[in-house]
Design a protein around this ligand. Structure first.
Ligand code: ZN
Length: 303
């Protein structure tokens, strides 16, 4: 199962567990807004509800009866309501004027005013037309809508929980989306998908630790490479002097360090200094190796 279907399965259980009339009403309004189509033309009045997920259509059937007293049948994941008084009830429920199809925002915000109802409404919106990526791959959550007003209302409800989603419009469709892990965690909390939330948090921690380890490993590898490259250059300098003049060409203090460098190519400067008696610091070693380098360079110039 994908992460998205895990979230939806958890959400479905939560929505089915709601038992207050206000939250059930919020859920029904959400299904109608997200998965429904309402026509209020005088000679063509109907409401159609459709969703790929049969469980959602079943919830709609139960709630249409419990909240509005409307009896319906499901045919191929769809409910169609044609009785005029039933259509009018639904229009009023979702905040439409049954006569002229004029949006009445007050109707909507009165019905979805309690926090519990807002959560239920947002949860059902995600269930109907939302998607979340596997957080191992990408942080991305979206809800796809067909209607501008419904999109704005949903955006506002979500922002009541301090979650900022963005909107893109494509071919007359509206997509609310969010790409930040923290906001996605907050969203999962709002819709009560707590198991999914914990799972995402775990993945996030693992991802962070893995990134940190990689950073440290890369850093150490870079250091080792630098030490090795420096040693190779020092050995090249010494070999050049050896070939052209012999090591006796160097003053004793430089000759000693040059012999040690050849003998212990992998030793650090600090270790080289400790092989000498008396010991000298890594800065002392570095200073001598620089002198050797300058000598090598001047010999190169002579040839
Ligand atoms: Zn409620």
């Amino acid at each position: 199962m994908s992460f998205s279907s895990d979230v939806k399965a958890e959400l479905l259980t939560f929505i089915k567990s709601l038992d207050s009339k206000h939250c059930k009403t919020a859920v029904l309004i959400s299904i109608i807004n997200m998965s429904g189509f309402i026509s209020l033309e005088t000679y063509d009045k109907f409401v159609a509800l459709h969703n790929e997920n049969l469980e959602i259509v079943k919830i709609a059937k139960v709630l249409l009866f419990e909240v509005c007293g409307i009896k319906t049948d499901i045919i191929e994941n769809e409910i169609v309501i044609e009785k005029e008084e039933d259509v009018d009830k639904i229009a009023v429920l979702v905040g439409l004027n049954s006569k002229g199809c004029i949006p009445m925002f007050e109707g909507f915000s009165n019905a979805i005013s309690k926090n519990c109802c807002k959560r239920a409404y947002i949860g059902m919106a995600f269930l109907c037309c939302g998607y979340i990526n596997d957080p191992n791959k990408q942080y991305h959550l979206e809800i796809n809508l067909n209607d501008y007003k419904i999109c704005q209302e949903l955006l506002e409800l979500i922002s009541d929980f301090k979650i900022e989603m963005r909107v893109i419009t494509r071919k007359g469709k509206y997509t609310l989306y969010c790409k930040e892990a923290e906001q996605i965690v907050d969203f999962l909390n709002v819709i009560s998908a707590h198991k999914a939330l914990l799972e995402l948090e775990n993945m996030r921690v693992i991802k962070e630790v893995r990134n940190n380890v990689n950073r440290i490993v890369n850093c150490e590898t870079a250091n080792i490479n630098r030490v090795v490259n420096t040693a190779i250059k020092q050995i090249e300098d010494i070999k050049l002097i050896l070939e052209l003049k012999g090591l006796d060409y160097l003053p004793t203090n430089l000759k000693d360090i040059a012999s040690l460098r050849l003998k212990y190519p992998e030793a650090s400067l600090k270790e080289l200094g400790e092989y000498l008696s008396p010991n000298i610091s890594k800065y002392g070693v570095n200073h001598r190796l620089k002198k050797i380098h300058n000598i090598a360079e001047s010999l190169k110039g002579d040839n």
